[in-house]
Design a protein. Structure first.
Length: 250
């Protein structure tokens, strides 16, 4: 079943390249978004081997990159980034002052791999863990760190689920040629294929996900960036310096 799904993805991409009447850019974008999410689901459910998942991911990301092209975007600076948690600064909220980032052994395509943490956890003041800011009593907005396109999202995590990540969002930045992952959200307010600007609300912070929902886990955003290399494969990249330079929103 999983191999057939992967072959289906590849055939769609090959057919799109061969047909005389090329599909519209918008329809291709939605197809790539659907492919991306299906690959993530197959990895999560162990319905695809790591090698097959890597190949399907590679083809999908290379085709997506070609669609956006080698644009004239310059390398972004701190002025182009918005700290992804509204009302908080990086110095007060990034866990371990950046020491929680551990990329060694990370493999996006293998659910059996454990121990790596190529991400930063960003915490809020929520002692009673009700997913509300202690000072305001209100939900805390999760903001797009950079401008890009929503690749995929999960909105329907259930509290009795053993799935990690909870309600998550993947956003592709064609200028940086990488993907950003925002996990453990309570609610998600964006859709696949949607273009978002840096600083735009994309979710509200929560405690969804197998580990994040446990009583021992503080309310936080799991924030990860994977650079897509020339072969279309993901490589963890530390965003700590970017986060420290980012603009904050009150």
């Amino acid at each position: 079943m999983s191999i057939m799904r992967m072959l289906g993805v590849l055939l769609i991409l090959i057919f799109s390249a061969w047909t005389r009447e090329q599909p519209s850019a918008s329809s291709l974008i939605m197809q790539y978004c659907e492919n991306f999410k299906q690959i993530q689901i197959d990895i999560r459910d162990c319905n695809i081997s790591p090698d097959s998942a890597a190949r399907a991911f590679q083809v999908n990301m290379l085709q997506l990159g070609k669609l956006f092209g080698d644009d004239s975007c310059s390398r972004r600076t701190g002025q182009d980034f918005v700290f992804p948690v509204k009302g908080y600064s990086p110095r007060e909220s990034i866990g371990g002052r950046g020491k929680g980032y551990r990329p060694e052994g990370f493999d996006l395509f293998d659910m059996q791999v454990r121990g790596s943490h190529p991400a930063h956890d960003i915490f809020i003041r929520d002692r009673d863990k009700d997913q509300l800011d202690d000072a305001t009593g209100e939900p805390v907005d999760v903001l797009a760190f950079t401008t890009g396109m929503v690749l995929a999202s999960e909105k329907n995590w259930q509290f009795d689920s053993d799935r990690r990540g909870g309600n998550w969002i993947w956003i592709y930045d064609p200028c940086l040629k990488g993907i950003f992952y925002y996990a453990h959200n309570k609610t998600v307010v964006v859709e696949p294929g949607q273009w978002v600007e840096a600083g735009e609300k994309i979710a509200e912070m929560g405690r969804t996900g197998f580990s994040a929902h446990k009583s021992r886990s503080p309310t936080h955003l799991h924030f990860m960036y994977l650079k897509i290399n020339r072969d279309g494969l993901p490589e963890p990249d530390d965003t700590y310096d970017w986060l420290m330079e980012a603009i904050t929103k009150d």
